[in-house]
Ligand binder design. Structure first.
Ligand SMILES: [Zn+2]
Length: 59
């Protein structure tokens, strides 16, 4: 499950793995996970050992 904030819905969702559309490994151990919310909006969540904040980043 991924906790992701959707800008379009202005809501935070707990999304199951089947809402993941792609996963990118960025430099320095950061993982960018692309998801779709329940309304179908695209959300980008950054995670990994170097990310301290709990909140996701959205693009
Ligand atoms: Zn949405």
């Amino acid at each position: 499950m991924f906790l992701a904030y959707c800008d379009a819905c202005e809501e935070r969702f707990l999304l199951p793995a089947n809402h993941v559309t792609s996963v990118h490994n960025l430099e320095s151990g950061v993982i960018a996970v692309e998801l779709t919310c329940y309304e179908g909006h695209r959300i980008l969540v950054l995670s990994g050992k170097d990310i301290d904040v709990q909140g996701p980043a959205t693009v």
